[in-house]
Design a protein around this ligand. Structure first.
Ligand code: GRF
Length: 201
């Protein structure tokens, strides 16, 4: 069974969606370890509740490369095949990205390449777009810039606030992320330049 390592910094609702999908046998693998750079992240408790090793590793006072090397070591020790970023609020250095080539994914709460970076739902709302959504993408050395594995649109309503929009996007994230992870773990994705070709799609 392939192993997934999940990196978090907070709430961990996407982590929970991955754990739940794995439990139902719908992920194509299991969550082998959860690592947080924030000790109080509620996601760590979710992992413990699910009986998954939950590791807190503080990034403060460390060089980015040194912290990333520690993460790599933890993930390797748990024989992780795929790394999922799920609300992990740290930029990863080339040290990390090169340790898992083509095997790191992230979920972003907007339709990339629109609105990369922080508070994407608020950015989209403030821009006045009529459609936003969620994106699962491979992680490269840029910010939210890697090849796109899966996307789903969410209509922006006139009555929306950034918060109501974020809540509807989050529901989509919770079904999109496990599906995309499954495609990757099942070996159904092939990268051609910027394009991810999904078998049968
Ligand atoms: C999600 O909106 C995700 O798209 C973004 O950070 C948020 C994490 O939420 N990258 P959670 O910790 O998974 O609940």
């Amino acid at each position: 069974m392939p192993g997934v390592g999940v990196l978090i910094s907070g709430r961990g609702s996407n982590l929970q969606a991955l754990v739940d999908a794995a439990r139902r046998g719908e992920l194509g693998g299991e969550v082998a370890v959860v690592v947080s750079n924030v000790g109080s992240a509620p996601g760590l408790e979710r992992a413990r509740q699910a009986g998954i090793p939950a590791v807190f590793r503080d990034h403060r006072g460390k060089k980015r490369e040194d912290f990333d090397a520690e993460l790599v070591e933890i993930l390797r020790a748990h024989q992780v095949d795929l790394v999922c970023l799920a609300g992990f609020m740290r930029l990863l250095s080339p040290v990390f990205v090169r340790a898992f080539p083509g095997r790191i994914v992230n979920i972003h709460p907007a339709l990339l390449p629109a609105f990369p970076g922080l508070e994407a739902q608020r950015q989209a709302w403030e821009h006045g777009v009529k459609v936003s959504g969620a994106t699962v993408h491979l992680v490269d050395e840029g910010l939210d810039s890697g090849p796109i594995v899966a996307q789903e649109a969410v209509a922006v309503l006139s009555s929306d606030t950034p918060e109501t929009l974020a809540a509807r996007i989050l529901e989509v994230e919770h079904r999109l992320y496990p599906r995309a992870v499954r495609l990757l773990l099942d070996g159904r994705c092939r990268v051609e330049g910027r394009r991810v070709i999904v078998e049968g799609e």
